[in-house]
Design a protein around this ligand. Structure first.
Ligand SMILES: [Zn+2]
Length: 141
């Protein structure tokens, strides 16, 4: 099992918890809800091990990972009915494979462009708001 103690996706430390909330574990990944909710329903699907590239995964791992990503995207589509879901896998510095799942709405923020990783001002929810979104996603996974 590849692990890097300096990676917040591996250590699951306070830096991670300050920007996202765990929703659940799937077959080969952990799903998080971003606290920043400019793109309502924005999630992050994080591979279970510290591997950087999709090409570092075995065929089986890659298939299982895409299956997890698809499962989350289907739940987001069903709940929020976005006009398009954007998938972002960047990780230049944090080299731990993860896919941003970003629902976009025609006429909404960043429509027709790349989504903003850290929009300002932030759109934050209260505890009740996060719980509601997380429960709806869990229910649809
Ligand atoms: Zn890692």
């Amino acid at each position: 099992m590849n692990f890097d103690e300096n990676c917040f996706y591996c250590s699951k430390n306070q830096d991670l918890n300050s920007i996202m909330i765990k929703i659940c574990d799937l077959e080969v990944s952990t799903v998080y809800l971003f606290k920043e909710q400019t793109y309502k329903g924005r999630c992050n699907v994080v591979f279970k091990e510290h591997k950087s590239e999709i090409t570092d995964l075995t065929e089986e791992e890659a298939a299982a990972f895409i299956k997890d990503v698809r499962k989350v995207a289907k739940a987001i589509q069903k709940i929020f009915n976005p006009d398009k879901i954007n998938y972002g896998a960047f990780a230049d510095t944090m080299q731990h494979l993860h896919f941003h799942i970003v629902p976009k709405y025609n006429g909404g923020p960043s429509w027709g462009k790349t989504f903003d990783m850290m929009p300002q001002p932030k759109t934050l929810l209260n505890e009740e708001g996060y719980s509601e979104v997380i429960n709806r996603i869990k229910f649809n996974l």
